[in-house]
Design a protein around this ligand. Sequence first.
Ligand code: AMP
Length: 303
Amino acid sequence: MSILVVGSVAFDSVETPFGKVTEALGGSGTYFSTAASFFTPVNLVAVIGADFPEEHIAFLRSRHIDLAGLQRAAGRTFRWQGRYGYDLNEAETLDTQLNVFSDFSPQLPEGYRDAEFVFLANIDPELQLEVLKQVRRPRLVACDTMNFWIAGKRQALLETLQHVDILVINEGEARQLAEEPNLIRAARRILGMGPRTLVVKRGEYGVLMFSEHSVFAAPAYPLESVFDPTGAGDTFAGGFLGHLAANGNLEEGGLRQAIVFGSVMASFTVEDFSLNRLRSLDYAELEERYTRVKLLTDFSGLS
Ligand code: AMP
């Protein structure tokens, strides 16, 4: 089953303790689509500027991502600049330039309107809702956001959340959205805002999934070298939703399996700058790490 995603396609300039990169390919829509494309076809809705090079488009095409919903507008592509200290779990945003996204009014190609799986990647919540309104009868709607929008467009975000089944955000954002420092209470409050499932990304500490009657914890794959965490969250979401859409099991068991695939996928992204590690990744490498993560927390049946 294919996935419809709206999100940013960007140039990222990133500094970590291990190096820096300037105007590399990035964006929530880009990471998500690339990750999800390992599991299922993806239709990408976004806008790029006149300065976006053909080579990046060729890369997205090489992942068989459908680009009928990718518009090119006069102006500059979205740009994000961020920095990480030795705590790689938290990015510090230095600059956000919306550029062509400021006047973007997405018109979904007719073939996208029957999408069953929709991912509203991190972007202006007004745009997320605009896209969602054009989809006829989605089976599952998942959504990501960040501090920039929680602080800057809270009302629009709360409206979007009323139409969302699964919200995927990081730990700090969950506390900020709920205005509640205790994560368990924050989760309960967010489940009252619309989503029936909340997935909290906790960087190197893994993922927590909350729903009304259960909590599931998945560890992150233990890595010795984390080079650049940019895109880990979007890659996680792409692996998670991609696996769910391909597998079609939306019950607790299917969600849990998909969470682990998402975590494993993200563990590759952080090994290099931009999407570089995903360019060479093959499915067998994913499966190998999936098996190792299963063993990581297995304590049943051992003497
Ligand atoms: P993450 O997966 O959370 O590390 O997300 C990183 C990606 O989010 C980068 O590639 C950025 O281009 C993108 N990004 C950063 N800020 C925003 C924003 N305000 N809206 C949309 N995308 C953003």
